[in-house]
Each structure stands twice: as C-alpha cells, then as structure tokens.
Design a protein around this ligand. Structure first.
Ligand code: GDP
Ligand code: IMO
Ligand code: MG
Length: 434
C-alpha cells in the first residue's frame, strides 16, 4: 500500500517533523489529519530552521501536495501568517489544499481555553492556549464553523450572529474580562476566508484520486499517543485522537488504505504541560538533558520535562498504533553519559505493572523500574560522518546494544536513527525505500 503514517509514540515532540521531512522526499502527498496549531514541528535543513504549526512539514519540499485534512482544527490567522512566512522564505504554497470540512478555531475559542484553564485551578492541563479544546468541543456539540463556511460570507455571518453572543455570555460567566467584539471579529474572519478560499476544497476527493493513481501519501501525526483523548493520560491530554486509527476519519480515506505506520520515539522521554510521567528525572541530569536536547517547546517555548525512555508507554503505543517500525530520535543528546536507563515496567502497590492504567490516580502512584545500560560517547563530526556512510556497525557498541534492547522489548524494528538536528543527521536502516 503506498501510504504511510508518522505517529508520535510518546507525549509529543518526538521529532515527527524531522522524520516527516525525511520521508516526504519519497512521497507525493503529505497530510495533516488531526490537531491544530498546538503542534510545533521543527525541521532543520542546513542552517535553516522551519517551525510548522498548521502546515504539513512536507510542504518544505518542492512539488509535494500538502493537505490539511478534515480532522484538523485551524486558526485562520495563524495559518495565513505561516503561509506568508514560508512564501517570504522562498517556499511555494501553491500545492496547499485545505479541507472544507476542517473546523475553525475562533477568537472566542482562544479566550475560552484560557478561561477554562483558570477555572481548573490546580488541575490545570497546561494547554498550549491555542483554543484547541474549545474548538473540538464545538465541533462535537455541532456549534462549530467549518472552513467551507469561512469562505462563504453569508453563511459565516449567519453563524457568527448566532454564536458570538452565546460565547460572550459563556466568557462573562467564566469571569473573563475580555470578550469578542462581534463587528471586528466578523470583518477579520471574512477577510481571512477570502484569502484562504483558493486553497479550500474537498480534500477527501483529492486523496481518493491520489489513492486510485497509486500516489504515495504520507500522513503526519501531531502530538503523541500518550496525549490521545481516549487512550492518553486523561484529562492531561489533547482534544483529538492522535493514534493511527484516526488517519482514516481525519483525512477521509478508507481505513484499509493505510499501509505502514512509523512510530517516533526519542531515545528518552519528554512531556510539556501537567500530568503523570513515571520515568521523569528529578536530579541535576534533568537540566543537563534540557540543555543538551534544547528541550524547549516549539509552540510555547516552555521547558519540557525530561525522563528516561518508558517501555510501558512504548509497548502501549505499539498496541494502539500497530507500528511497522520505529524512528528513534535524539540519540546524540544522551552521548557522553556514563549510564543510560530504560523504564521496563512500573511498580504499583508491590505489584508489577506492564500496561498503562486508565485510572489517573493509579498512574500517578506508579513507580518506574529501570534497566541500566552503559552510556556511549558523543559522536563527534568525524565519527558521525563514518556512521552515516558506514551504517549501524560503526555506532558505539553500547549504543547498538541499547537499540537492540528497545527493539526486542517493544517488538518493533528501529529503522531510522536520529543522530543530530539536521536533515542529513539521520541513519536510515530501512531494507527498502518507500
Ligand atoms: P515534533 O513536534 O514531534 O515534530 O518535535 P519538535 O520539533 O517539537 O521537537 C523535536 C526537537 O528535536 C526539534 O527541535 C528538532 O529539531 C530536534 N530533533 C529532532 N531529531 C533530532 C535528533 O535526532 N537529534 C537532535 N539533537 N535533535 C533532534
Ligand atoms: P507536537 O505535534 C507536546 C500538550 C500540551 C498540554 C496538552 C493539551 O508538536 O508533538 P492542548 O493545547 O492540545 O489542549 O494542550 O497537550 N500538547 C503537546 N505537547 N507536543 C505537542 O504537539 C502538543 N500539543 C499539545 O502541552 O499538556
Ligand atoms: Mg513539537
């Protein structure tokens, strides 16, 4: 099957952008199917750094069709800024297609996101503040506005006349000082709809045609399995289905059309925002990993919480996504440590636990059990070059043992190894190209 999905196997920020950028070289179409501009996917090409929030990372490569599918929620102002930014940097967006069924993140959604967080008090999720939860809530409540409506001035005005007063009442009830000025917001949204109209279309039909012509379609997941609304560490999750099961409904292809699934995991674990994280590191090594790994959120700039690789989470992610192979990123960041640990299972009330519990209180009480590995040296430029030319056997022995252990324990082969931030700093162990 000529389709492939790239899915975060952890709590997001695994390096999906970099992996998508790499695989996109072989693809015809790249598709986002869920999430919104809570996503921040960085791609470093030479010295150029691209940070994608709404646009599929594959858009950086010339000639690829870039699709924002129906399952995505879109902030039109942010999307237009992103389009303008890329255009200024000499990248073409003429191949962009946006689903008319995708829902719009409205100005009141952003305000409601902040208001709801304040109301949660100490149980704050630590959202990105981009209005994601409220936009998905409105979609499910059938109070949403879709991109097709945005491009239709009279339909938009009609919806806004109904919705803005309701949302302003909610905002006031939530104790928010700022509400939405109907006149300004309407004028702004009409203008955004006018500017985006050329890209808005029936993307499901486009993908259907692409499939019938055997085109290679790459699906770019956002967030990660452990942030999935159903299977993640609820309520400390995002508001969409982040797992491979959503590729079909979030893009409009038939479920049986999905071929391979690439799971992306860091060689360790990070998490932004609140919520349980059993393998989190609490000593000085934490700050070292933050600095070495530049672990600051691509979207919000927040410092990411860091911990050891969690095999309980990785096996769980595999059971939910059915990974064909894994991409392990940021291996270089652990270079130079004497010891590297992996969480093999949890312990709860004296018992061994090998699956993520659904009960949040239980998850919070889980204690990690570790296996220790000898660390590996930093790969200097000469060694890196030798590895990229000579392959896996040129890697330090302790690192090879680490990778083989993860493969055995997860049951999934590791076929891409991230050894640095740049596009070319990736070791490709795939037996065949796509
Ligand atoms: P995403 O949300 O999954 O696309 O990941 P982000 O882009 O938010 O965060 C991953 C960060 O790690 C970005 O700054 C990437 O440039 C960087 N990165 C990705 N792979 C590697 C790698 O193998 N080594 C290093 N050092 N950095 C990497
Ligand atoms: P990418 O695609 C990491 C986290 C937020 C918060 C929770 C809910 O770059 O991997 P939301 O704004 O979605 O309602 O926030 O989810 N979160 C992410 N963490 N990477 C992301 O995306 C994330 N998108 C949301 O920090 O804990
Ligand atoms: Mg990110």
């Amino acid at each position: 099957m000529p389709t492939m999905a790239v899915i975060g196997a952890q709590w997001g920020d695994e390096g999906k952008g970099k992996i998508v950028d790499f695989l996109a070289a072989e693809a015809d179409v790249v598709v986002r199917f869920q999430g919104g501009n809570n996503a921040g996917h960085s791609v470093k090409v030479g010295e150029e750094l691209y940070k994608m929030h709404h646009l599929p990372s594959g858009i950086i490569r010339a000639g690829k069709l870039a699709v924002i599918g129906n399952g995505v929620v879109i902030d039109p102002g942010v999307l237009l800024d992103e389009i303008n930014n890329l255009t200024r940097r000499g990248k073409s967006v003429k191949n962009l297609r946006i689903s008319e069924r995708a829902h719009v993140i409205m100005p009141y959604h952003r305000l409601l996101d902040g208001a709801e967080e304040r109301l949660r008090k100490s149980a704050r999720v630590g959202t990105t503040g981009r209005g994601i939860g409220p936009a998905y809530s409105d979609k499910v409540s059938r109070l949403g506005i879709r991109m097709g409506d945005l491009a239709d001035e009279s339909a938009l005005k009609e919806r806004l006349e109904l919705l803005i007063p309701i949302k302003n009442k909610m905002l006031r009830a939530f104790g928010t000082k700022e509400v939405v000025d109907a006149k300004t917001a309407t004028a702004e949204l009409i203008e955004q709809g006018r500017l985006l109209k050329p890209y808005i279309t029936d993307t499901g039909a486009i993908l259907d045609t692409a499939l019938s012509k055997d085109k290679k379609i790459l699906f770019e997941g956002a967030q990660g399995t452990m942030l999935d609304i159903d299977h993640g560490t609820y309520p400390f999750v995002t508001s969409s289905t982040t797992t491979s099961g959503n590729v079909a409904s979030g893009s409009g292809i038939r479920p049986t059309a999905l071929g391979e699934v690439f799971g992306v995991t860091k060689a360790y674990t990070t998490r932004v925002g609140a919520g349980p994280f059993p393998s989190e590191i609490h000593d000085e090594l934490h700050d070292r990993i933050v600095e070495m790994g530049n672990e600051y959120g691509t979207t919000t700039g927040r410092s990411r919480r860091c911990g050891w690789l969690d095999l309980v989470a990785l096996r769980y992610a595999n059971s939910l996504n059915d990974f064909s192979s894994l991409a392990m990123t940021k291996i270089d960041v652990l270079g130079g440590l004497d010891e590297v640990k992996v969480c093999t299972h949890y312990r709860l009330d004296g018992k061994k636990l090998t699956r993520i519990p659904s009960d949040l209180k239980a998850m919070e009480r889980c204690r990690p059990a570790y296996e220790s590995f000898e660390g590996w040296d930093e790969l200097g430029p000469a060694r890196l070059k030798s590895v990229l030319c000579g392959g896996f056997t040129r890697l330090p022995k302790s690192l090879r043992e680490y990778v083989r252990f993860i493969e055995r324990e997860s049951g999934v082969p590791v076929s891409l190894l991230g050894l640095g931030r740049r596009r070319r700093e990736l070791l490709d162990l795939r037996r065949k190209r796509w």
